[in-house]
Structure formats: C-alpha cells, structure tokens
Design a protein around this ligand. Structure first.
Ligand code: SAM
Length: 212
C-alpha cells in the first residue's frame, strides 16, 4: 500500500523574490533564487517568474534526454542522449512511496521471487521509494564507486522528492551512474562491477541496515 500526495496548504508555499528579466529569459529562478538555494521547487502559479521559471522542471517532467542500453554483467543501464552540464537536474526517481516496514516486507517477497535487482531508495528516516514495479528511467541507472551523478532530495509541492543530478559535465553517450551508498536496502550482497579505480567491491556496503 502506498500513500497519496499530500495537499499543500497555500500558507506553506515558499515564494521566491526573483524578477523576470525579458532581456535575459534564461535567468528566471536560477542559482540565486531563494527556492533553488534551499532545494525547493517553485510552485506553479505562485512564482513571480510564472511560465519563465527555470525551477519547475521537476514536476513538469522536463527531463534530460536519456537512452536505455544493455550493459555487460550489470543488466540495463542508462546513457546520456544529450550533453549534460555539471549540476543539471536529469530525472526524477519515481516509484511507490512506502514505509520502512513495507520495505522490509517487500525485500523478503522480492528475494523469494528471485528478484535480485534493488530498486528501493531511502529518502527519509521512515519512508522509501520502491521502483521495482513502476518508475521512470532513473530506476535503470547503475551504481558506480566513481559516479558522474548523485541523488538529491528536494521539496516539491511541499513533499520531499528525489532527483538525479549530474556532478560534472557529461558528454553524449556516457553512462550515467551514482553511488548507491546509504541509499539501498540489502545491496551489500551484490558484487560491484563498476570497474572504477578504488571500487569498494560491494554495492551499498556502507548503507543502513546492510551486513557483510
Ligand atoms: C536500480 S537497478 C539498476 C538497473 C539494472 N541494471 C536493471 O537492469 O534493471 C540496480 C541493480 O542493477 C545492478 N547493478 C547496478 N550497478 C551495478 C554495479 N556497479 N555492479 C553490478 N551490478 C550493478 C544490480 O543488480 C542492482 O541491484
């Protein structure tokens, strides 16, 4: 069972004080925006930059172009299908929001079903996102011990969400990867095949609840 979106109260909406400059349309809600600085997405209809706001890509599903490909030994993986700038929002990690209790129950059920891939990402002390059955392309992004991407928590319409962001400039055709450490439930059982220098051998070996 997963929960529905909470309805955001109007008084809880954080409005920035950016001003849209018609001579520089690319500057609407970028680095200096109060909401960007506090990892909060501007709420449609409440941003002073209205349709020009650059801080609403998350809930408008404006994702970076990506491509699925078959890796050797790591199942499916995801490639950049356009060049990506450092710090760019790439894609939302979508799935079912479930409690830790449910994570434990499902992990056992998935193991019994022989499902070895881990799709559960933890985003606060008591809830996680399970993308095993449904989700965006983000669910196919593999782990690397020397990643070019990272997960970031954001406040979107009053709720915590998880997005994948680039850590560096990424050229077209490069595989996207982030470090599963601290995020994945039960990942320590899987040998890492990321082939990065200094690879830690197991995925998520340091994560909460993991045991060697
Ligand atoms: C979120 S899924 C990623 C998509 C997955 N490759 C697929 O085909 O569905 C996570 C799973 O991918 C595999 N995987 C991801 N990164 C890996 C790595 N560095 N080494 C080995 N397997 C990896 C593991 O089976 C892991 O449980």
């Amino acid at each position: 069972m997963y929960r529905k979106h909470k309805k955001q109260n109007e008084e809880d909406i954080n409005t920035c004080d950016c001003k849209y400059n018609a001579n520089d349309p690319e500057s609407a809600c970028v680095e200096s925006c109060l909401n960007v600085l506090t990892s909060t997405k501007c709420t449609p209809g409440y941003c002073p930059c209205s349709i020009y706001c650059k801080n609403q890509r998350f809930h408008k599903y404006e994702y970076t172009k990506l491509k699925l490909f078959k890796t050797e030994g790591r199942g499916w993986g995801v490639l950049a299908d356009e060049s990506i700038k450092a710090g760019q929002f790439i894609i939302k990690y979508c799935g079912e929001v479930i409690s830790w209790k449910e994570v434990k129950r499902r992990s056992q059920a998935y193991e019994n079903q022989g499902l070895k891939d881990a799709f559960v990402i933890s985003f606060n002390g008591h809830e996680s996102i399970d993308a095993a059955k449904k989700g965006s392309l983000a669910r196919f992004i593999n782990h690397s011990c020397q990643p070019n991407c990272e997960t970031r928590k954001l406040t979107v319409l009053g709720e915590i969400r998880v997005g994948i962001f680039s850590k560096q400039d990424i050229p077209v055709g490069a595989e996207l990867a982030y470090d599963y450490n601290f995020e994945w439930y039960d990942g320590a059982k899987v040998h890492c095949l990321c082939s990065a220098a200094g690879c830690s051998e197991f995925m998520g070996a340091k994560s909460r609840g993991f045991q060697h």
